[in-house]
Structures are given as C-alpha cells and as structure tokens.
Design a protein around this ligand. Structure first.
Ligand SMILES: [Zn+2]
Length: 401
C-alpha cells in the first residue's frame, strides 16, 4: 500500500467556444426579476436533523487519509486507519467485481457485488478515449473497516483501488458543533423557495474540502475554472448508501476519488444534496463568493456528464436511488434548488433544450431539467429518481410561475 501525501494532477486542456442556449423569458415573467441578487452564503446544516444525522457545520479541516493499492486486484489490503469508503476503478464487465471488508481484527465480512456508480467525467477524457469505453467506478462504504479484498471476473482489470478515511468535522475546541441544525426548513411558498444560494447552503469549507487537492504540486489549479452560460440542469445519484450516517464524510470521499484518484482536479458535481435536504457546494468556482458561478452568471464547468458538462449544472443526490426513493426532504431541496437555478438562468423546467457543446460543437436535444441517463447510457440517477423527475419539474415550475 502506498499512502498519498500530495495530489498528482496534470494540467488539463479544456477547449471550446461559448455555448448558445434557449431562453424562456415568457414563462418566468416577474418571478425571476424578483429573485434576490447573488450575495453572501449561509452556512450550517439545512433543516431539522435526525438524531443520527451528523451534519457538517465547519470546524477544523478533517484529516483525510488515503491508502492506494500498489497492485490493485486480488489479495487482502489492510490499512492502519478506519476506512470510510473504498474507491474502485475497473475495466471490463460493470458487474465483474466483488469486495469484502476486513475488520480491525482481520476478520473478513461477506462478499458483496460492487455496483458501478454514476459514470461522470471530464469532457476531454471522453474525446481522448473515443474508441474505448470509460472505466467503471464505484465508491463502496466501508463503515470503519480496516481493510478489504477484491475478487474479479475473468476479463476484468482493476486499474485503481483506494481506501479513504474521510476524517471527522468539528473537532473539540471549535466554536461549531456538528449536528446542530442552524437553518430551519423554510415554509413552503416563501420567497426563500427560489432564493439562490439556497438558505443553509454548505460551502466547501463547511463540509471540509481540502482546497490543496485541487492544486498541482506547484500551486496551480489542476483543472482551471472555466465558465459558460447555463443550458441545462442534470440530476445524478452517487450510488452510495441511502442511510448514510455521515454525508459530509461521503462528500469528502467523493471529492478525494474525483479530484485525486480520477485526476479530475475537483469534485465532479456542482451541488450535492443529502437525505436531510442539506445542499452542499460542489465544484470550486473561484473566490468571488458566488457558488458555482462567476460574476457574469455563467456556471463553472464540472465533470458529471461526459460530453455535456459545459453549461450543465450537475446536482447529485447522495444515495442509491435505483430502487429506494429519495426522502421527502431531499426531494423538496432538489425542487427548490432546481427552481432557483432555472429562474436565474431563464430555463423552463418543463421544456426541452438544444444543447450545444462548446467542447465538440455538437447539438443534442435534451430536457432543461433531466437525469444523467437523458444524456448518456447509464442507470444514473437511478430508476426511482428518474421517475420522480416529472414531479420535480412540475413543482419547480410551479415555484417560479
Ligand atoms: Zn450521474
């Protein structure tokens, strides 16, 4: 096992011209004009929390530790720290990997099938690998195990496996207390339904993003920020547990996998939402204090939908929603966030768009508010969420009518 001590990014090359978009001014009317201007963001966990929900509220930077298997594949990998999640990247069959966790005393648990997660990624990656299928990736929760073992089918190659300890937030002596809800849920129908940033948004500092992970060893942005006008909003799921006891740790684990292991230089989503409805700022968007945007109201390009990343706001629901339905709080937050973004960017949530990729120049018809599978072949955002999107669109449209 090799322990990562610094990022190993390369500087990516992103190309393209400004995107065009459809406008839906008539639908928005005065609602959009009445929205609050961009400004300072709140902090703290949104909504009242379950007793077991450990919401992030800032504090010391969590100590994130990673063990990278020198030769991923079969064989037991042990760690000296409790593992939050195991990140696995492989090629071959998406169903060809199994994993079992090892407890502190070395006892193995049951074998479990590893399900490939949301196949997000950088646009240039798919252009470079046009002839080859992108690898499968998964983030398997480890819940404090001290090791793991992989078993793979013939024809499957594990190209990377990392054990992540996402650390803990809010250490003793800090002024903030983890799990303290600071922003009560807003009554439905209030102006805050479509406020942006959403009330209680957890900024990167709040969930413990180590900004050094975005940088190369010489201090430059590994994936320099690039902004384009918004054309669409795309919903994902993270294929992590629905009953996540520490969603902020999961966000840090995803950040670690995306930024460092996948070498994208940052987390791939623009926003994430946990089961309590707390919204997390995702991809870094410079230091002007406007989450996901620049001062010209363009959105930062993230890495969530191959070929359709520029001008596409990626919102990831924390959990696996192939069968389970997102919680009411999660859906409510998704509706409000979608409504606020649609209003800002003059998108009709019920409409279609002709997406023009600034990267490839290709035009594609798609929904203004859709799921990952509307743009590419994937199960993401899960069948339950996908079916729910009709309701999300209608409720978001209602809010900004
Ligand atoms: Zn996805």
């Amino acid at each position: 096992m090799v322990t990562n001590t610094y990022p190993r990014h390369r500087t990516p090359a992103e190309h393209g011209s400004p995107a065009s978009r459809r406008r839906f001014l008539a639908v928005l009317g005065t609602a959009a004009a009445a929205l609050p201007l961009l400004g300072a963001c709140g902090t703290g966990s949104g909504g009242a929390a379950d007793p077991d929900h450990r919401g992030p509220v800032g504090g010391a930077l969590p100590r994130v530790r990673v063990s990278q298997a020198a030769s991923p594949g079969r064989g037991v990998k042990r760690t000296s720290f409790p593992i939050t999640a195991v990140g696995v990247t492989w090629t071959g069959s998406p169903h060809g990997v199994r994993l079992r966790l090892i407890d502190r005393s070395g006892r193995p648990g049951d074998w479990q099938d590893v399900r490939a997660g949301c196949p997000c990624g950088k646009d240039p990656d798919i252009l470079r690998t046009r002839s080859a299928a992108p690898p499968h990736r998964a983030l398997v929760p480890a819940r404090g195990s001290y090791g793991y073992q992989l078993d793979v089918d013939a024809g499957v190659k594990v190209v990377e496996a990392i054990a992540i300890d996402a650390g803990r937030l809010g250490r003793k002596g800090r002024t903030t207390t983890p799990g303290t809800p600071s922003t009560p849920a807003a009554p439905s129908g209030s102006a805050s339904d479509v406020a942006f940033p959403p009330p209680g948004l957890l900024l990167r500092a709040d969930w413990g993003a180590d900004e050094a992970k975005r940088l190369t060893v010489d201090g430059k942005q590994s994936s320099p920020t690039r902004f384009t006008p918004v054309q669409a909003i795309t919903v994902h799921h993270t294929a992590t547990p629905v009953d996540d006891p520490d969603p902020a740790a999961t966000v840090r684990a995803i950040y670690e996998q995306h930024a460092v292991s996948n070498d994208w230089g940052d987390i791939g989503y623009n926003f994430l939402i946990d089961r309590q409805g707390a919204v997390y700022e995702g991809r870094f968007s410079d230091t002007d204090g406007i989450p996901a945007h620049n001062a010209d109201d363009e959105v930062v390009t993230a890495f969530h939908t191959f070929g359709f990343n520029s001008g596409n706001i990626g919102i990831a629901l924390l959990g696996d929603f192939e069968e389970a339905k997102p919680s009411a709080r999660m859906r409510d937050s998704l509706v409000r966030l979608t409504a606020s973004l649609a209003a800002r960017h003059e998108l009709d949530p019920l409409a279609g768009v002709t997406y023009v990729s600034p990267t490839s120049g290709k035009s594609t018809e798609g929904p203004a508010v859709g799921g990952h599978r509307d743009w590419t072949s994937t199960e993401c955002p899960g069948a339950a969420t996908y079916l729910d999107l009709t309701d999300v669109r209608e409720r978001a449209a209602e809010l900004i009518r």
